[in-house]
Design a protein around this ligand. Structure first.
Ligand code: DQA
Length: 144
């Protein structure tokens, strides 16, 4: 079974209440339920975490046991050379995910430090972005 680590970055624990006109009204718990059920359909073992601090994100990227990473680095997308370097260091396929289309928003959100080290980026489909990412993992990893 393919092991996928799903990392939700800072402030995503507030989904549902946080700026619903941008991020929607679905809670993180509900989003995670949908991720888990599609994962089992696709025969993927998904380990899902939400972390607010950059250091904890680095630790899990470095230490967890997984075949592919799905990460919404949230605000760290636009600031974190450290997360970028951790993804490059572990050398496992990473899919960068955003609920909103970061290219359609403020100028500062258009720069992603993660994009250069990601296999690809899925941005702008709301919670569906995570489900598309699971399907992307299935398509890039050999059948297991
Ligand atoms: C986000 C976009 C980021 O710019 C923002 O800081 C977030 C969420 C998204 O999922 O659309 O926290 O990653």
């Amino acid at each position: 079974m393919i092991k996928v680590l799903v990392v939700h970055g800072p402030n995503l624990n507030l989904l549902g209440k946080r700026e619903p006109s941008i991020y929607g009204t679905k809670s993180l718990k509900a989003i995670n339920k949908d991720i888990s059920s599609l994962a089992s359909e696709l025969n993927i073992n998904a380990n899902i975490v939400q972390l607010n601090s950059e250091g904890e994100i680095l630790d899990i990227i470095q230490k967890a046991d997984y075949d592919a990473l799905i990460i919404n680095p949230a605000a760290y997308t636009h600031t974190s050379v450290a997360i970028r370097d951790a993804i490059a260091a572990v050398n496992k396929p990473a899919i960068e995910v955003h609920l909103s289309n970061i290219h359609k928003r403020e100028e500062f959100r258009r720069k992603s430090f993660i994009a250069e080290v990601a296999h690809g980026q899925i941005s702008g489909f709301g919670p569906e972005s995570y489900l598309l990412a699971l399907r992307a993992v299935r398509s890039i990893l050999p059948k297991q």
